[in-house]
Design a protein around this ligand. Structure first.
Ligand SMILES: Cc1ncc(COP(=O)(O)O)c(C=O)c1O
Length: 340
């Protein structure tokens, strides 16, 4: 690639886009510079802007909601399901107003949202669906990959199930949306140096695409190992609530997240740290309670399920580099803690 002299948005980006589209089962994929810019571009391609509302999850990485703010629209938070940690479709309709333009479900931790319910609400109210699949490469809902229901957005950041170093991807069945995304990604330019609309430099380089292509070929294997690790953990862990996978879903376990009840989550985290086992809290503060949202934007929502999840979740190692000894040590340490 370096010898070819074509470094930015060249043939490897195109090949990566084609491979990614095939993986998702859609005709179009558009590579971007990050998951955040993929979300931003997808929202703009659906003409979402000032005065619009976008329904999304409060229990996610900040970029899901911030990308809505970038367009001038307002994120409206709907509480999550306590079992899946994903947007609770039973609560969506009550949040719809005449300003609502889109639903932005987040497939958190590698598990698809309840897409039948979300797509049927969207259809009934003529809303756009933009899937934040930044944590769910390859995840399946009833036989279909995430990112193939609405307009899909993915992150290729190094911690994800596959990476390109930094990068993002948009997936769509709609050729018009695909074309709009391509134009927004490249300074609103359809013809070289003719700018019909406002766009950005959200391009991916061929360097990143070369890494992404190599990773794409390994995704299924990575995901299978993650699933096997998750099954081992769920079979052997005691005293914590392990993830439950709804029927029809294939989880790809970007995170293996347990609930620790009784106010002991942070104690377990410290105990694991003392035994040199990494763990992380995704996410300690729901978006509506972040200082920028609460203090600056004035959000006053009460979303008890998300707030309780933020106090109880703990993600344990599940990545494809774990050995059997690592898995046994994680299980032994968590189970030991529960006897203290
Ligand atoms: C749910 C979610 N949305 C959006 C993003 C943003 O992706 P990126 O970090 O590639 O901009 C991430 C990644 O961290 C994420 O986990």
């Amino acid at each position: 690639m370096l010898d070819s002299g074509i470094l930015a948005q060249g043939p490897r980006v195109k090949a990566f886009e084609e491979g990614f589209a095939e993986m998702c089962g859609v005709p179009h994929a558009i590579a971007t510079s990050s998951g955040t810019t993929a979300l931003h571009t997808a929202l703009l391609a659906h003409s979402i802007g000032p005065g619009d509302e976008v329904i999304t999850s409060p229990f996610t990485f900040i970029a899901s909601a911030n990308s809505v703010l970038f367009t001038g629209a307002r994120p409206v938070f709907v509480d999550i399901d306590p079992i899946t940690f994903n947007l609770d479709p039973r609560l969506i309709e009550a949040a719809i107003t005449p300003r609502t333009k889109a639903i932005l479900p987040v497939h958190l931790y590698g598990l698809s949202c309840d897409m039948d319910s979300i797509m049927s609400i969207a259809k009934e109210h003529s809303l756009v669906v933009i899937e934040d699949a930044c944590q769910s490469h390859g995840a399946i809902y009833k036989g279909h990959r995430v990112g193939s229901f609405g307009t899909g957005t993915f992150s290729l950041y190094p911690t994800k199930n596959m990476t390109s170093g930094e990068g993002g991807m948009i997936t769509t069945n709609d050729p018009v949306i695909a074309e709009k995304c391509r134009v927004i990604r490249q300074h609103g330019m359809r013809r070289r140096y003719y700018h019909d609309e406002l766009g950005f430099n959200f391009r991916m380089t061929d360097l990143h695409a070369a890494v992404g292509l190599a990773q794409l070929h390994k995704l299924e294997r990575f995901n299978q190992i993650r699933r096997a690790n998750a099954i081992y953990l769920s079979t052997h862990l005691e005293g914590v609530i392990t993830p439950r996978v709804p029927q029809g879903c294939e989880h790809v376990f970007h995170q293996y997240t347990v609930r620790v009840q009784g106010g002991r989550r942070d104690l377990l985290r410290t105990y694991l740290q003392e035994h040199e086992i990494g763990s992380e809290v995704y996410y300690p503060v729901p978006v509506h309670q972040q200082i920028y949202y609460k203090g600056v934007l004035g959000y006053t929502d009460s979303l008890p399920v998300a707030e309780q999840a933020a106090a109880e979740v703990l993600s344990l190692p599940v990545h494809s580099g774990l050995s059997q000894a690592d898995l046994e040590s994680i299980v032994a340490t968590v189970n030991e803690f529960n006897k203290i």
